[in-house]
Design a protein around this ligand. Structure first.
Ligand code: DOR
Ligand code: ZN
Ligand code: ZN
Length: 358
């Protein structure tokens, strides 16, 4: 439920299934404290951390270190993904036998698993352990249209392996018409698959020259994704928050620091344009992603945690990366005028972000 008063709206706080907080190893780009502040500033109180750290997250030791840091910062709840392959390379997956609570998801971020046999084994392991497997099929290659076929094939393959294993497969940052068509078909067949879409892939097209994986897509792709959101095929908005320094961006690092612009990009391109209403947006930013993680959040009701966000949907303002709490100021959207400003974020009834403190 959403309560509206003259443009000021109270909503369940958001849950982000896909973020890079870069700890351990790349804390010059982001760390758990700056990432948590950025999340709270974006209206998020739950994040799912990717495994492409240094070293990659392949053990409970690293998971536990990360969870301890998240807890001591205390601004958001977090889950840590474990990489499908040990150290994110080779074909070793015996480390998965040691994975226990609180891990919910496996992921091989930024590459996709090339070997189908290996991906099947990992999915069978997920099925056995009740874990979600996150597929970055659309990162399988790194450029524009000439690689589109490879990416779509990887999506299609992972859906076949999902059918064979029965594992819960979650498709990351779905951005092509073909991929969303395959996923729609798979859902109609009853496969155990969910999917997420990134705000920047809805908000902008490939006329924008900015490096991100998957790349910006064509208008026809965006239309297909929006149609799928309306039909309920898209389970979640996930930011793929990928903070980098300006030097790393100059050297070609892909990604957008996106967690602080997620709500305004979605509100402006989906709700303001009349494609969906605010309740539907709340559904894919809060309720459904929380459900995928198996946590009791994302709704306002008895027994739910009081994780809330107050937003102003009337205020039109300019995106200013210098105000980001994230260390990563990398966004192609600086100066864009958007609607949907996060005013206050509550985590378990306590204020973790207040715009008045800026
Ligand atoms: O743009 C991206 N950035 N895509 C990825 O898959 C990885 C991410 C990162 O870690 O920077
Ligand atoms: Zn990815
Ligand atoms: Zn990612």
């Amino acid at each position: 439920r959403v309560f509206d008063a003259l443009g000021i709206v109270v909503m369940p706080a958001f849950t982000d299934l896909h973020v890079h907080f870069r700890e351990p190893g790349f804390t010059y780009k982001e760390d758990i404290e700056s990432g948590s502040r950025a999340a709270a500033r974006g209206g998020y109180t739950t994040v799912n951390l990717m495994a492409n750290t240094n070293p990659p997250c392949s053990s409970m030791d690293i998971v536990n270190q990360v969870m301890e840091r998240v807890g001591s910062v205390g601004l958001v709840d977090a889950f840590q993904c474990v990489s499908i392959t040990s150290g994110m390379q080779g074909d070793e997956i015996s480390h998965l036998d040691l994975i226990t609570e609180p891990v919910k998801c496996l992921s091989d971020d930024g590459k996709g698993v090339a070997s189908s046999g290996l991906m099947l084994k990992a999915m069978q392991k997920c099925k056995e352990k009740g874990l979600v497997i996150m597929s970055h099929a659309e990162d399988a290659s790194i450029s524009k249209d000439d690689y589109r076929l490879a990416e779509n094939l990887m999506t299609w393959r992972d859906l076949q392996l999902c059918r064979e294993s029965g594992a819960h497969l979650h498709m990351c940052h779905v951005s092509t018409k073909e991929a969303i068509d395959y996923i729609t078909q798979a859902k109609l067949e009853g496969l155990n698959v969910t999917c997420e879409v990134a705000p920047h892939h809805i908000y902008a097209t490939d006329s924008l020259d900015y490096k991100v994986n998957p790349p910006f897509r064509k208008m026809s792709d965006i239309e297909a994704i929006i149609a799928a959101i309306k039909l309920g095929i898209v389970d979640a908005i996930a930011t793929d928050h990928a903070p980098h320094t300006s030097e790393d961006k100059r050297q070609g690092a892909p990604g957008i620091s996106g967690i602080e612009t997620s709500f305004p990009l979605c509100y402006t391109s989906l709700v303001k344009k009349g494609h969906i209403d605010l309740c539907k947006l709340s559904d894919i930013m809060s309720r459904r992603p929380a459900e995928i993680l198996g946590i009791n959040k994302g709704r306002i009701g008895v027994g739910c945690e009081a994780d809330l966000v107050i937003v102003d949907i009337e205020d039109c303002y300019e995106i200013d990366p210098q105000k980001f709490a994230s260390k990563g100021k990398n966004t192609p959207f600086a100066g864009d005028k958007v609607y949907g400003k996060v005013l206050i974020t509550f985590k378990s009834g306590r204020i973790v972000y207040d715009y008045k403190d800026e």
